[in-house]
Design a protein around this ligand. Structure first.
Ligand code: NDP
Length: 396
């Protein structure tokens, strides 16, 4: 019997990997809807190839092109934000949530509210509205299956029945293209350099987030919503080979990890087949061939975005939403050549500072992330961490 699927963000990197997998067993899948934002030509080709019932572009300006490209196909077409939500509301068993940015929130939430299985790549929906999305999932019975390779790894090794047995969850980070770069080199970095990830081939926004390490910060917040762990139980370790996808440490000192070659089709396949497993064409892991796995502490001096995200997670309330919004605007400005690479974290910091100092409601914040003398993260009492604290970590 075939399973129904809707793919939000079908023209993107995660969308393409999803289509690659379901295209290998087309009889197993029935595609309810596929969506994109502006790329009507690519979406029409996808809709025809997978015989979708409905194709939706978020941008009304792309509607006529989509309609023309699908004319005579029998595939329904629509455009706009409401149509994206309607696509998610179609009765597919599983919804691949792979729109980039906060634009993914409304359709993802619509799928959650109707109790679908959600393959969740769109981390921004959890970062900006994690409490709302998870509460809706509890109410509807929707299952959130993380696509992000780190969270997918944690999902596979976490003792969901006994979370009290988990001491810590440690996310691995590739370190991005500027892992070894000087601050001067980062100041002059172009969008092309920032998007040139050494391991993963991804969309532009997440590639820049990887380069600033904001991606890992967003993932900390995502992990906090997906798993019953506090900010203090979360850690980050840089692992340039991206073979160990994350660790879960138990109270007895045992540490479990999930490994695999860095290919998004592995975690995507996990979400598509759950609770079964499906075969993938991904390269098999050969540790003897790799020879050496490296690990190092993240450098919060050169990558202040990670510290800002940690701040926002500890603060809670509207801070993660503001962090995400500021980051999306800053990354878009960087990609458009309007600001420099280092300005991304500086802009996010300014927005968080403005919220702190502007009389906005900020819940009780006992601690704030800082650096010890060796540049390692430590906790400092809030009263010593005025908004200036973030400025102190600005990369000049
Ligand atoms: P891409 O940029 O490759 O693709 C984004 C998709 O979203 C495209 O289909 C795009 O359509 C669509 N889209 C963009 N803006 C809007 C909008 N305003 N409204 C509706 N649709 C829109 O992104 P990725 O596939 O790399 O990433 C998607 C999500 O998955 C992100 O949240 C990312 O963080 C997460 N993720 C990605 C990973 C990866 O390996 N790529 C790994 C882990 C998580 P169009 O083509 O028309 O612009």
């Amino acid at each position: 019997m075939s399973r129904g699927i809707t793919i939000l963000g079908a023209t993107g990197s995660v969308g393409q990997s999803t289509l690659d997998l379901i295209g290998r067993a087309p009889d197993d899948w029935h595609v309810h809807a596929v969506t994109a934002n502006t790329d009507a030509v690519a979406l029409a080709a996808i809709a025809r190839a997978c015989n979708a019932e409905l194709a939706v572009v978020g941008d009304h300006g792309a509607y006529q092109d989509l309609k023309a490209a699908l004319s005579g196909s029998g595939i329904a077409v629509a455009s706009g934000k409401a149509a994206l939500v309607e696509a998610a509301e179609r009765p597919a068993d599983i919804v691949m949530s792979a729109i980039v940015g906060a634009a993914g929130l409304a359709p993802t939430l619509a799928a959650v509210r109707r109790g679908a299985v959600i393959a969740l790549a769109n981390k921004e929906s959890l970062v900006c509205a994690g409490d709302i999305v998870t509460a809706a999932a509890r109410q509807s019975g929707a299952r959130l299956l993380p696509v992000d390779s780190e969270h997918n790894a944690i999902y596979q090794i976490f003792d969901h029945d006994h979370p009290e047995r988990v001491a810590r969850v440690i996310l691995t980070a590739s370190g991005g293209p500027f892992r070894k770069a000087s601050v001067e080199a980062m100041r002059a970095a172009t969008p092309g350099q920032a998007c040139n990830h050494p391991v993963w081939s991804m969309g532009a926004k997440i590639s820049v987030d990887s380069a600033t390490m904001m991606n890992k910060g967003l993932e900390l917040i995502e992990a906090h919503h997906l798993f019953p762990v506090s900010a203090d139980q979360l850690g980050v370790i840089v692992h340039p080979q991206s073979v160990v996808h994350s660790f879960v440490e138990y109270i007895d000192g045992s540490v479990l990890a999930q490994l695999g070659t860095p290919d998004m089709r592995t975690p995507i396949a996990y979400t598509l087949a759950h609770p079964e497993r499906m075969a993938t064409p991904c390269k098999r892991l050969n540790l003897a061939e790799i020879g050496k796995l490296e690990f190092e502490e993240p450098d919060l001096e050169r990558f202040p975005a990670l510290g800002l995200a940690w701040d926002a997670l500890r603060t809670g309330g509207a801070m993660p939403t503001a962090l995400n919004a500021a980051n999306e605007v800053a990354v878009a400005a960087f990609l458009a050549g309007e600001i420099g690479f280092l300005d991304i974290a500086a802009l996010v910091r300014d927005v968080l500072d403005a919220l702190d100092g502007g009389g906005h409601h900020v819940p009780h914040r006992p601690h704030r992330a800082g650096l010890d003398d060796h540049g390692r993260p430590r906790l400092v009492p809030l009263q010593r961490a005025a908004p200036r604290d973030r400025r102190a970590r600005r990369v000049h």
